[in-house]
Design a protein around this ligand. Structure first.
Ligand code: TXA
Ligand code: MG
Length: 347
């Protein structure tokens, strides 16, 4: 059922072909991922909107397709615990949970491994990373074929419920995807349980397909509830208490840089100008998110830009206006949070 390679009309756009998992050409699907395409992929919890997690542009397309007005960090799906160990730093307890429940409906938040090649957009610039080894064979086969994690949020448009059938994926997102793989209704039907293992105590960030009691039985201790300390600990998914924020002030809608400031520019001709005038020429360092004015490229470069200016020790970061259309909404949301986070700290 639902096996067709012929694109269908969907909400006025050409919809992605839906192919059954059993007849899916794995090499071709991996080739699409390598090209930076995004696919609808079944997992045992819900369908995922998957991209090569090491490809920043492909990950930017995920946010574009979902119409998310902000950059929530994504789950990096791995084929095995071994692959996961290359992406995150696991405590003994975290390894215990992984061994007990992977592959399965458990996502672990751990410190990001310094050697992980996952794009900054996947972790939303945080130094933690959410990792899951899914049980769905087709998803694991794609990850193995790609040789890298697949970043995948639930395959629904922002604000809609998670898709548990290929048809629901097609209805919600079909026009943005290169391919939808159909493995029938998701057997678990709710998202994975998310446990933060990056701090002193394990914290249940999101209840999901794996019961709290089962996790606590393996841990031998209760799971904490998310708290909102002033620090940088992520709280409930989708509502991180603190996002990555540079340690210096961030000034938005800047016409140019003041002396000592680093400058984030966007678009052609935005990164040059005379010095001493409060224009681009005064910046001690300039990063142009996308000289060609491409918002997808700007999204992919955003966190690295903030981080590199921060690391360069600039007195502040001035950000030139970035259009609020398409992915620009999420880019501006994140920049506003970076600016506000710093203000809140200094008050
Ligand atoms: O079952 C699932 O988990 C599905 C399938 C596709 O794997 N995925 C899913 O992804 O539900 P998504 O993006 O809809 O939800 C993942 C949640 C987000 O709300 C995000 O905030 C949270 O995980 N998350 C990701 N990285 C995090 C981190 N480093 N710290 C805290 N929360 C994180
Ligand atoms: Mg979701």
């Amino acid at each position: 059922m639902n096996q067709s390679n012929a694109p269908k009309a969907c909400a006025g756009r050409v919809a992605a072909p839906i192919v059954g998992a059993a007849s899916c050409d794995l090499q071709a699907a991996v080739a699409l991922l390598r090209r930076g395409e995004i696919l609808g992929i079944p997992t045992e919890t819900v369908y995922g909107l998957g991209a090569d997690a090491t490809n920043g542009l492909a990950c930017a397309r995920i946010f574009e397709a979902k119409g998310r007005p902000s950059f929530n960090p994504l789950i990096a799906h791995c084929a095995s615990l071994e692959m996961a160990l290359g992406q995150g730093v696991f405590s003994k307890k975290a390894i215990g949970l992984a061994e007990a429940f992977w592959p399965g409906a458990l996502t672990l938040v751990v410190r990001r491994h310094p050697a992980s090649a996952v794009a900054d957009l996947v972790t939303a610039g945080l130094d933690t990373i959410a990792i899951r080894v899914p049980d769905a064979p087709i998803m694991r086969a794609l990850i193995e074929g790609l040789g890298a994690p697949i970043a995948a949020p639930s395959a629904n448009r922002s604000g809609h419920v998670s898709a548990t059938t290929a048809l629901a994926v097609a209805e919600d997102l079909g026009g943005s995807l290169a391919l939808i793989i159909d493995a029938g209704p998701s057997p678990v039907g709710v998202e994975s349980t998310i446990v933060d293992m990056s701090g002193k105590t394990p914290v249940l960030l999101r209840p999901g397909g794996l019961a709290r009691a089962d996790i606590e039985a393996v841990l031998g201790e209760p799971l904490d509830s998310p708290t909102h300390p002033a620090g940088d600990r992520p709280s409930a998914p989708g509502m991180l208490a603190a996002h990555y924020a540079p340690s210096c002030p961030v000034r938005l809608e800047a016409a140019g840089a003041r002396p000592g400031e680093g400058l984030i520019a966007f678009g052609p001709g935005a990164a040059c100008g005379p010095g001493g005038s409060g224009g681009p020429g005064d910046a001690v360092r300039i990063v142009n998110l996308s000289p060609g004015g491409d918002l997808r490229e700007a999204a992919a470069n955003l966190f690295a830009a903030l981080r590199s200016l921060d690391a360069a020790g600039v007195a502040g970061i001035a950000v030139m206006p970035i259009p609020a259309t398409g992915l620009g909404e999420a880019i501006n949301d994140r920049l506003r949070r970076a600016a506000l986070g710093r203000l809140a700290e200094t008050r």
